[in-house]
Design a protein around this ligand. Structure first.
Ligand code: AMP
Ligand code: MG
Length: 428
């Protein structure tokens, strides 16, 4: 273990070390709507063809195409309507020569018919409302139908035995739809990690409680819990621990059933907090200085749970912006890894900064900014204001972070810089 403050590492190195502690969790049957953002654990195979039967793609008339050959507005073909067929019903009677079935989108093709003539190509729209042809009437067809016109064929979407969703696919709304279309109500997916979240500090007060002089409300726990939820984990709030060995130890123990414990504050060098001591005693812990701004101090280690599991621990800095940015860079990939996802990298863009961004101390600067698309089609970045790591409203105003390299002392207005988009899940 490295003594406090000894190592200075890059964001990538910190992330790599952290990720080496995590693996994909077990797969469990998951109701479809709960599985959004989770990963399918096994190929899902269609038990039948979709669509299960040839059916009509339009409202119209099922006909024998040969009967409509040469039809035009001046020379319509008259067909006798033998039935009216709604979606969900089957017709056993074959369509004979000179006959037609009035049919609604999705209804199975009646035997004998090989094409659908849409209403628009018949005299049906010319009739008064409520006077549509019914059984025994005749309908006039104004246009020749090609064989197979307007038919959706059995199995054209999915063939029985085909993997409709391969293992490893992230479940989005479309996957929920596809899985539903083969009659499933749940899917085997890697389970969501439970992330226990603990704030520490004598001054920290739970929202909803009265605030005594000198105290501040806990911004971190719920902010981080919201990120955990957004990124696919299940937050478990452990409350606030006082800066005493007893209280901190008691709170940490509450969290040992989780897949990961996230604490905030008490990880910086030379402060009054007891966090470090307790962490070191209850498990193994490393204190790192990460070459980034905000969020230089970071702790990472593992506790041992009563049932013998190793529970990784991410110790975020106390300053609210540092805590959010650090969780974004280190907590999100950990959650994704446990979910079986590898797409944790945030999309980045090249944008033109309209502000001067000073980066004097050799760290990578993740400044809060607003990225907009200009009328010229290029992206522009504006800082959200003061960048102090306690100023959380400037995080709230931002939709992106700048990625100013460690060795760049300043970006000047007009320079192209890299920005990391916070509200985009994937590269556009
Ligand atoms: P520390 O890491 O304990 O030195 O905390 C750094 C700064 O972050 C201090 O100003 C703390 O008051 C503040 N801080 C720590 N935890 C929280 C929290 N949960 N919510 C808001 N501010 C916090
Ligand atoms: Mg503190």
């Amino acid at each position: 273990m490295t003594p406090p403050g000894e190592s200075m590492i890059s964001v990538e190195e910190a992330r790599e070390r952290i990720l080496s502690f995590f693996e994909r969790l077990d797969a469990v049957p998951t109701p479809l709507l709960d599985a959004l953002g989770q990963v399918v654990a096994e190929d899902v195979v269609a038990p039948f063809d979709i669509p299960p039967l040839d059916n009509t793609a339009m409202d119209g008339y099922a006909v024998r195409s040969a009967d409509t050959a040469g039809a035009s507005e001046n020379a319509p073909r008259e067909l006798r309507v033998i039935a009216d067929l709604a979606a969900g019903y089957l017709l056993d009677t074959p369509v004979g020569p000179g006959e037609a079935v009035r049919i609604m989108t999705g209804a199975a093709m009646p035997p004998g018919a090989d094409a659908i003539v849409p209403f628009e190509e018949t005299d049906e729209p010319l009739r008064d409302v409520g006077q549509a042809p019914t059984r025994g009437d005749t309908v006039r067809v104004f246009k020749a139908a090609d064989p197979q016109a307007n038919i959706r064929f059995r199995g054209e979407d999915v063939r029985a035995g085909q993997a409709v969703i391969p293992a490893g696919r992230v479940i989005r709304a479309s996957e929920v739809g596809v899985l539903s279309s083969i009659g499933l109500t749940e899917v085997s997916a890697y389970r969501r990690p439970v992330v226990a979240i603990l704030s520490t500090g004598d001054e920290i007060t739970a929202p909803g409680e009265p605030l005594r002089p000198g105290a501040i409300y806990d911004a971190n726990a719920h902010g981080v819990a919201a990120l955990v939820k957004k990124y696919g984990g299940t937050p478990k709030l452990l409350g606030i621990a006082r800066d005493t060995v007893e209280d901190l130890t008691a709170h940490i123990r509450e969290g040992l059933s989780a897949d990961m414990i996230v604490t905030s504050a008490g990880v910086s060098r030379g402060d009054f907090d007891v966090v470090k001591d307790v962490l070191a005693r209850e498990g193994a812990i490393d204190f790192w200085t990460v070459r980034m701004k905000p969020g230089k101090p970071l702790a990472f280690g593992a506790f041992r749970s009563p049932d013998g599991r190793s529970v990784p621990h991410l110790g975020l800095p106390g300053n609210p912006v540092s805590s959010v940015v650090s969780f974004e860079l280190f907590g999100r990939p950990a959650i994704f890894r446990m979910l079986g996802r590898s797409d944790w990298e945030r999309p980045t863009l090249r944008a033109i900064t309209r502000d001067r961004v000073v980066n004097s101390d050799g760290r990578r600067f993740y400044a809060r900014c607003i990225v907009t698309k200009g009328e010229d089609g290029r992206y522009y970045a504006d800082l959200t204001g003061p960048q102090g790591s306690g100023i959380l409203t400037s995080m709230s105003a931002a939709n992106a972070l700048t990625v100013i390299p460690e060795d760049l002392p300043a970006a000047e207005p007009g320079d192209e810089i890299e920005v990391m988009m916070l509200d985009w899940d994937h590269a556009p």
